[in-house]
Write a protein that binds this ligand. Structure first.
Ligand code: SF4
Length: 334
């Protein structure tokens, strides 16, 4: 069960005495966020707004909504990062899953022992960060060498985002395989894609583990196919995402300049939610490059090719007749 750190919310409200607050977080947690908002209103007798827009990460804070609502504090739930606050209004609130990995680690360690995996890199997402140390000790009892990558930037030790992998990427030469703790194909696929190393996902809910690399290969093939399709495009739309943590106007203008020099006609767009439906409204565009969340391009289905930043950089290499190998094997897909 995921538990929102309400104690911290209450302590901050007591200390900062806001006149009103807002809370946002992942859609899956909306029912719990509603409960928290109700408690705030009851205990502190102040308005607590639940922001009902999608919130995908610490890159998607929606402080605009907080400003429009005129609240003093915005609690962003379940996107643990190495900072506690962002700006004057945003406070990051942990929401950890209390499930343990004892059963699935025991099963994995027992069954995998004959597969020549001696050293493993432990990685996880925000919800299971508290499990990293106990799982490390458990694996060590089974005789494995366990490496946890160091914290860097917004990432805590052992943590990955869907587009940022420093703690995983930096230890790849020291390990035989990655073990991702949690039920997230989204995160585990990107570890396998960015390192091309053997990667397992340990799912504590279903008590099963999965080797992820064949899924990662499918994703990578799809990403490469889109690049080659975009090669033929004469008119390219470059989309700037309007979410504050994904805003990359300078990158968009840089790509525009390079692609125009390579003979492409460019139109600029700015969109908050980049979806197939939104793109269908535009005319005369053969392919798109979006400089917001890279996973929009790699994980979703679009009728026309839609590229992320690393894919766009690979496209430029193709147009310059340069090789593109390893274009996704980088620490950060932005
Ligand atoms: S993968 Fe997308 S949503 Fe997740 S942190 Fe990166 S930009 Fe944000």
């Amino acid at each position: 069960m995921i538990l929102i750190d309400e104690e911290k919310i209450f302590e901050i409200i007591n200390r900062r005495k806001p006149l009103s607050v807002a809370i946002n977080g992942p859609e899956a947690l909306f029912p719990k966020i509603q409960d928290t908002a109700k408690k705030i209103m009851k205990i502190f007798a102040i308005p607590a707004y639940v922001i009902g827009d999608p919130c995908w990460g610490s890159c998607d804070l929606n402080t605009h909504a907080a400003d429009v609502l005129g609240v003093d504090l915005l609690f962003n739930v379940a996107h643990t990062i190495s900072f506690e606050t962002l700006g004057t209004k945003v406070v990051m609130i942990n929401a950890y899953d209390d499930i343990t990995f004892t059963k699935i680690v025991t099963k994995f360690a027992t069954e995998i022992n004959n597969k020549h995996i001696k050293s493993i890199g432990l990685v996880t997402d925000s919800q299971h960060l508290t499990q990293i140390e106990p799982v490390k000790k458990l694996f060590e009892k089974f005789g494995f060498k366990v490496i946890i990558g160091k914290a860097k930037g917004q990432l805590n030790q052992g943590q990955v985002f869907g587009c940022e992998f420093y703690p995983a990427y930096d230890i790849q030469k020291q390990i035989d395989a990655y073990v991702f703790l949690g039920q997230s194909m989204f995160h585990s696929i990107s570890i396998a894609m960015s390192t091309e190393k053997l990667t397992f996902m340990l799912d504590p809910y279903l008590n099963e583990y999965k080797e992820i690399n064949e899924y990662a290969i499918k994703f990578e093939k799809k990403a490469v196919l889109s690049i080659y399709k975009a090669q033929e495009a004469e008119k390219i739309g470059i989309i700037i995402g309007l979410k504050e943590g994904q805003f990359a106007k300078a990158k968009a203008l840089k790509l525009k300049k390079i692609l125009e020099e390579l003979g492409k006609e460019i139109q600029l767009f700015a969109i908050t939610e980049i979806t197939e439906e939104r793109l269908r409204n535009f005319k005369d565009i053969d392919a798109y490059i979006q400089v917001a969340c890279p996973r929009i391009a790699t994980d979703n289905h679009f009728t026309k090719p839609v590229l992320s930043v690393p894919q766009a950089e690979a496209l430029i290499k193709i147009l310059k007749h340069q090789p593109i190998e390893n274009f996704l094997q980088i620490r950060h897909w932005l």
